[in-house]
Design a protein around this ligand. Structure first.
Ligand SMILES: Nc1nc2c(ncn2[C@@H]2O[C@H](COP(=O)(O)OP(=O)(O)OP(=O)(O)O)[C@@H](O)[C@H]2O)c(=O)[nH]1
Ligand SMILES: [Zn+2]
Length: 263
């Protein structure tokens, strides 16, 4: 990151001291940049940006690499918190690998952002996610378990992400995701999504059914058995303990997830 880029992020704290707006989404959610610091990590150096919001005590952060302010087509990952996966290393989901591979991918590019969103359990919270896991242990899939607990299959709202990107003065993003709902919600909130970068992690024995459910029931762009292979998925990323080549040049697609070139 250049001094200009870092200085620019620091300026946002001062800028946002008086920030007020109508907010995003049905709740009128508004965020302010309240802290910026250098954050060396095991995958490289980031600037971490802390956000206050006007609706709850959830403390969302952005991991920023390179000069993103005023930039177009910034590679951007929206990561939803997963204590069991991110922290405990659970194999029931692909969250930890997606988090680390996402940070690595961003580091390998000129610039990029990972928003770490405090939307545990697709927005149902940690206690309810563990209850949902209990129901899954009895045979329900992820969607059925959420519904049995009285939730929608996915309770996440990305208004906070849209405002965070606006606060970082990002002009457009290339979203690192397999989830079409993230793309459509961001667009609905006025974020220009210029393309998609697939983020497929090879399954393990414990999360295969979870990933299959994402593909079959939630419409995620993940190639599983029985579905036509996606051209963009020909080079899976390499994660600890798995054989296979690292993904170097993920194919890109347009905002609707259609490949824009050969994989
Ligand atoms: N309710 C529920 N949430 C889960 C379950 N497994 C993982 N999660 C949560 O799902 C979220 C992970 O989703 P993400 O990786 O951000 O996004 P995604 O919807 O999979 O889309 P991608 O961008 O393609 O990764 C985290 O908040 C996890 O805690 C589950 O079985 N039930
Ligand atoms: Zn997880």
């Amino acid at each position: 990151m250049t001094n200009a880029g870092r200085g620019g992020l620091l300026d946002l704290v001062e800028r946002d001291r008086v920030h007020e707006c109508d907010g995003y989404g049905p709740a009128g959610l508004c965020v302010r940049v309240v802290g910026v610091a250098d954050l060396p990590t095991r995958v490289g150096r980031f600037q971490i940006v802390a956000f206050w919001n006007n609706r709850d005590a959830k403390e969302h952060v952005a991991m920023v690499h390179g000069d993103v302010m005023g930039a177009e087509e910034v590679p951007t990952r929206l990561h939803s918190e997963c204590l069991t996966g991110d922290v405990m290393g659970s194999l029931r989901c692909d969250c930890r690998d997606q988090l680390l591979e996402g940070l690595r991918l961003i580091q390998s590019m000129e610039r990029g952002i990972l928003l770490y969103l405090r939307q545990e359990g697709r927005g149902i919270g940690l206690i309810n996610k563990i209850r949902a896991y209990g129901l899954q242990d009895q045979g329900l899939d992820t969607v059925e378990a959420n519904l049995a607990l009285g939730f929608r299959d996915d309770e996440r709202d990305y208004a906070v992400a849209a405002h965070m990107l606006q606060s970082l003065v990002v002009k457009s993003v290339r979203l690192i995701t397999n989830n079409p709902n993230k793309i459509s919600q961001l667009e609905q909130y006025g974020v220009k999504v210029a393309g998609r970068i697939p983020h497929v992690i090879p399954p393990n024995d414990y999360n295969k059914f979870y990933l299959e459910t994402k593909a079959k029931r939630s419409g995620h762009y993940i190639d599983m058995e029985g579905k036509p292979h996606l051209a963009e998925q020909s080079d899976p990323v390499m994660v600890d303990g798995m054989d296979g080549p690292a993904e170097e040049n993920p194919a890109e697609t347009d905002a609707r997830g259609r490949p824009t070139g050969p994989a």
